[in-house]
Design a protein around this ligand. Structure first.
Ligand code: SF4
Length: 72
């Protein structure tokens, strides 16, 4: 299992993650990205997934490094 953590306040709304991994990331109306099925927690918006899949590529491509993946 992996945990995706989005520090949404740092997002600059470039849209890269939503192109690379639309199953997790979708642009919001406020020009920041939303983590689909994410829950708001103290560390950020969090979602647990079985596989890293495209989330890793999205995290690597984020220009402000506000997407983090942790193995749990
Ligand atoms: S790649 Fe990073 S900065 Fe760009 S929309 Fe996604 S989270 Fe925001």
């Amino acid at each position: 299992m992996f945990k995706i953590i989005l520090e949404r306040e740092k997002c600059i709304g470039c849209g890269t993650c939503a192109v690379i991994c639309p199953s997790s990331f979708e642009m919001g109306d406020d020009t920041k990205v939303n983590l689909q099925k994410g829950e708001e927690k103290s560390e950020g918006i969090v979602r647990e997934v079985e596989e890293e899949s495209c989330n890793k590529d999205a995290a690597d491509a984020c220009p402000v490094q506000c997407i983090h993946i942790k193995e749990i």
